[in-house]
Design a protein around this ligand. Structure first.
Ligand code: GTP
Ligand code: MG
Length: 428
């Protein structure tokens, strides 16, 4: 599977025309068509594709057979011929039938945004887990698209002995893929078991986990490198990082934490990829604190932040304590700078500016630092008392009448998780 996906880069240089459809629904949802096309150009270039031309169509809704309008298909065909393009890349996801119709009509390879992203991931994946995850996502993408209409796929198989009577090539393809998918899932589960064990061990040591999260190219890996000297891959391209990297970081007060760099997010991140990378992204779910790194100089800053928030919600990390790091302020216009809030959970930085790194460490420390609180807990609430022992450090303990008086230090994260149950016992 992996080799088959590399034809956008090897074999023959892909010469592509990029196509985007802008529908009524997009308009209602406030989709920024231009920004999305710009991003598609970056994605294509990242995949090693030569971009020849960009085409956008405004249309009420996608055409069932062609995705774009029939007239536009004709225009595209002439363009493909005259520019000698061999590939057409669509900014939206296409159905299997649409791909086949367009391929026949245009005599070019048809790729959609999801496939392009999957392709980049396939080129980038380095660890065994990453490679397996991408392959699984590719098959999940492919399977529903193997509908019975394709000429190559639905031919009746006439082989003797190897296939059952009348069994079509399509069914054999499907069966082959399903077997492989089962095998991939089994292997991934095994890796995940090890990972869970490792994570549980790490948890027992009580070390605080902090995750760098954000839109692709925001500067997450740069920050990890600047803060911890980690030897990570940094590139001005999309999806430079696929596999999570963790490094220890000492905070100004002496406390050690583990900081983890993660895969970047993108608008319309294929669902199959989120599902496939769920295990890797568990790192985010395990984090005590999320550092959301934002490219503050991007014209699509707000959109990108929203995409990240949505994916965090989907992963189940939407309510975790979060610090927003507005990065690349050295590239911001004064107007852009003016719009950035600065408070306890928002910081403006440039990853290459030393003093800002100290500020990042300080804001992490402040977020993790404990507040000191005193609770009066009735003796019969042993459950709460044992929670206090687990989730706080006890400074002093006293008794009054039948109640226990605990003065404890509890960090914000643990307070958010468990402290609220103690609220009514808090002595102000
Ligand atoms: N000018 C400027 N460039 C920055 C800053 N931080 C990062 N960069 C550049 O932005 C580009 C992307 O940085 P990365 O650290 O690879 O970004 P990332 O968020 O890890 O990206 P992915 O791994 O692709 O998701 C690189 O060219 C960095 O040198 C900054 O504060 N200022
Ligand atoms: Mg990175």
């Amino acid at each position: 599977m992996k080799n088959e996906t590399h034809d956008t880069q090897t074999e023959q240089q892909a010469r592509a025309i990029l196509v985007s459809l802008y529908t009524q629904l997009d308009k209602r949802n406030g989709v920024n068509a231009e920004g999305s096309m710009e991003e598609l150009v970056s994605l294509a270039e990242t995949a090693g594709v030569e971009v020849l031309e960009q085409l956008t169509q405004n249309k009420e809704k996608p055409d069932f057979r062609w995705f774009i309008g029939k007239g536009k298909v004709e225009e595209l065909r002439i363009l493909v011929d005259s520019l000698e393009a061999n590939t057409v890349i669509f900014d939206q996801e296409l159905s299997g039938a649409q791909v086949r119709n367009l391929e026949e009509q245009l005599d070019a390879k048809i790729i959609d945004r999801t496939q392009l992203i999957l392709d980049i991931f396939a080129q980038r994946a380095k660890t065994r887990e990453g490679i397996l995850q991408v392959e699984l996502a590719q098959y999940n993408y492919l399977l529903p698209r193997l509908s019975g209409q394709g000429k190559n796929l639905s031919r009746l198989g006439g082989g003797i002995g190897t296939r059952g009577p009348g069994e079509s090539k399509l069914e054999i393809d499907r069966r082959h893929i399903r077997t492989r998918v089962t095998e991939l899932k089994r292997q991934l589960e095994e890796i995940m078991r090890h990972r869970t064990l490792y994570r549980e061990r790490r948890k027992k040591t009580g070390i605080v986990q902090v995750a760098l999260v954000g839109y692709t190219n925001a500067g997450k890996s740069t920050l990890l490198k600047q803060l911890t000297d980690a030897d990570v891959y940094i590139q001005n391209q999309l999806f430079a990082t696929l596999d999570p990297t963790s490094r220890n970081l000492e905070l100004p007060g002496g406390k050690e934490i583990v900081l983890t760099d993660t895969v970047g997010f993108i608008q319309n991140l294929p669902h199959d990829l989120i599902a496939a990378f769920r295990a890797t992204l568990e790192e985010v779910n395990e984090a005590d604190l999320i550092l959301h790194v934002v490219d503050a100089s991007s014209e699509r800053r707000d959109e990108q932040m929203q995409v990240v928030d949505e994916i965090l919600q989907e992963l189940g990390s939407g309510n975790k304590p979060q610090v927003i790091l507005y990065n690349k302020i050295d590239l911001c216009t004064p107007q852009q700078l003016e719009m950035l809030p600065v408070d306890q959970t928002h910081l403006r930085i440039s990853a290459y500016h030393e003093p800002d790194l100290e500020a990042v460490k300080n804001i992490i420390q402040d977020q993790l630092a404990g507040g000191i609180k005193t609770y009066r807990i009735p003796a019969e609430r042993g459950d709460l008392i044992s929670q206090l022992y687990t989730f706080s450090s006890i400074i002093s303990q006293d008794y009054e009448d039948n109640d226990a008086l605990f003065t404890v230090e509890i960090n914000q994260t643990d307070y958010d998780k468990f402290g609220y149950k103690l609220q009514e016992y808090e002595i102000k």
